[in-house]
Write a protein that binds this ligand. Structure first.
Ligand SMILES: [Zn+2]
Length: 166
């Protein structure tokens, strides 16, 4: 098993061993991937489960993906591309682990679960037609190194609990 602190060289065309885990730690896995195959996907099917503007995926052939702990849950969904995809996630914390075609178990590992994710360069983007318009200007938005920015405080009307309906 690769330790989280083990340095990983990001060299396209080579195969690197990665370690991954869900948010709660119940699901852990090892995989071998090509860092050059990292893809940033902007499709709406990736935006929803990622909880963000895009999802970063890296393919791992089934024979190079080893589930170390946990029993993930699955569901199938027809994607924006019209392909039927099997989505694999942690049943406890709902973190997406990977997705694959229902008839081809090449896993598209979700980048956010990879312990060494900060070491991989972004080389490709797909589904740019669905990209949120603010994605390219994010670097110019005021930021803080930790926590929320001190420049914004929501009005009291927005800080009250929302009126949930059950
Ligand atoms: Zn979990």
């Amino acid at each position: 098993m690769v330790q989280p602190t083990q340095p990983t060289k990001d060299i396209a065309g080579t195969r690197n061993e990665i370690h991954g885990r869900c948010h709660c730690g119940e699901i852990t896995f090892d995989a071998e991937v090509d860092p050059g195959a990292v893809n940033t996907r902007h499709c709406t099917d990736c935006q929803t489960p990622s909880g963000s503007a895009f999802r970063v995926n890296i393919p791992a052939p089934a024979e190079h993906f080893v589930l170390l702990s946990g029993t993930p849950e699955t569901y199938a969904k027809t994607a924006e591309s019209c392909n039927k995809r099997l989505h694999v996630f942690c049943g406890t914390c709902a973190t997406p682990i990977y997705a694959c075609a229902v008839d081809n178990r090449r896993a598209m590992v979700c980048g956010r679960t990879i312990t060494q994710r900060a070491l991989f360069s972004r080389r490709r983007q797909s589904w740019r037609r669905s990209a949120l318009r603010w994605v390219d200007s994010l670097a110019a938005v005021p930021a803080s190194e930790k926590g929320a920015t001190s420049q914004y405080r929501a009005p009291a009307s927005l800080r009250a609990p929302p009126p949930y309906r059950v």
